[in-house]
Ligand binder design. Structure first.
Ligand SMILES: Cc1ncc(COP(=O)(O)O)c(C=O)c1O
Length: 374
């Protein structure tokens, strides 16, 4: 009997989809999966309505020229170094295909964002996980990172700002990581899909420190609250964009043409009209609401400096029981670890939800904690 390749083991339902499904089944407030409750901004929606019926056919696999230019202008790079992809997810996949293969290793931090592992494995490479240090904050353990490097290591894959921890690399950390990559002659994949979502200093883009070896991943979905549009990008070191774009031509070929055109129009408007400042203010208020609420329930939180995720310790609680009984969905820390143990009681909460949803989730948690502790 014919059978599917064992690789389809990677197709199992992710914890994010599972928690969203359970949340819907149990009428829970979903602070699990990271998709915004806000609609995309009107200037983006209007641009898309204008583009449909005008920009409808294939674009080059490397992207619609006006979007490559808009991304380049926004990020201060050459359009020649920009590839448009179907979201950050396809950008990361194209890079895995272009940078490593069987016998190679890619070094990552734990906790990690879920797509990195199956993508490395689909490319035939082995992920090697280095745990972050958790004290009162999340920190990169640079000596552990260096120890994880072997002659097989091809790349370091980092996220900044970081999902799930919400941490942002300090300049010193960023410089040390780049120096380490130079010492061992490694590529760096810098996943910066949350580049506009920070609450203190703007994050350092690793590319600024090592343009010759850093591939940056970006996402219009994250920036413009349109995660279902699937528009993202890669910034490559000089001269490498055509080959990397050539890899994605064999999967999606190109991203949705009218949505590329709409994002091209929207990026300069977002910058000019202070859209990102407003976005940050809104998320900062919701972060503070969630964090102060969790603290007032006596829980330990790790304040995020970026992203719309917050990690906290809920010792003795179990994610499925939380959805079923407290009717609040959050992602258990174990979902972000495959090689090292997750800190006990770790959960990730998404605060890209309405204030009313966050308030209600806090009330439900309070009631549940009283019940389990009584
Ligand atoms: C760290 C990180 N990278 C990449 C992605 C994927 O971005 P996109 O929705 O543009 O595919 C996400 C989405 O949650 C993410 O959290």
């Amino acid at each position: 009997m014919a059978h599917l390749h064992p690789r389809t083991e990677l197709s199992r339902e992710s914890i994010f989809a599972q928690m969203s499904r359970l949340a819907a089944e149990h009428g829970a407030i979903n602070l699990g999966q990271g998709f915004p409750s806000n609609p995309p901004p009107p200037f983006l929606l209007e641009a898309a309505r204008r583009a449909i019926g005008t920009v409808d056919q294939y674009t080059p696999p490397i992207g619609l020229p006006q979007l490559r230019e808009a991304v380049a202008e926004d990020l201060g790079v050459s359009p020649q170094e920009v590839i448009i992809t179907a979201g950050g997810t396809e950008a990361l996949h194209a890079l895995a295909e272009a940078l490593y293969g069987p016998g190679d290793e890619v070094v990552l931090l734990e906790p990690y964002f879920d797509v990195y592992i199956p993508q490395a494995r689909m490319a035939g490479a082995e992920p090697v996980m280095v745990p972050m240090r958790l004290t009162d904050r999340w920190e990169v353990d640079l000596s552990a990172l260096e120890q994880a490097i072997t002659p097989r290591t091809k790349a370091l894959l980092l996220t900044n700002p970081y999902n799930p921890t919400g941490s942002v690399l300090s300049r010193t950390e960023a410089e040390q990581i780049v120096a380490l990559a130079r010492r061992h002659d490694l590529w760096i994949i810098s996943d910066e899909v949350y580049d506009e979502l920070y609450f203190a200093e703007p994050p350092i883009s690793l590319r600024e420190l090592a343009p010759e070896r850093v591939f940056t991943v970006g996402s219009a979905g994250k920036r413009l609250e349109a995660t279902g549009w699937r528009i993202g990008w890669i910034l490559t070191p000089p001269g490498l964009a055509p080959q990397v774009a050539g890899m994605r031509q064999w999967s999606s070929f190109c991203s949705a043409a009218p949505l590329q055109a709409a994002v091209a129009e929207a990026l300069p408007v977002a910058r000019r009209e202070g859209f990102y400042e407003a976005l940050r203010q809104g998320y900062k208020a919701r972060r503070d609401l969630l964090e102060s609420g969790l603290k007032s329930l006596g829980l330990k939180t790790f304040s995020p400096a970026g992203t719309y995720f917050l990690t906290a310790l809920l010792p003795g609680l179990e994610a499925e029981a939380l959805v079923r009984e407290a009717k609040v969905a959050a992602i258990p820390g174990s979902a972000f670890y495959i090689q090292n143990p997750a800190p006990k009681g770790l959960f990730r909460f998404a605060f890209c939800k309405t204030e009313a949803e966050i308030e209600q989730a806090l009330e439900r948690l309070e009631g549940y904690l009283k019940k389990v502790h009584s």
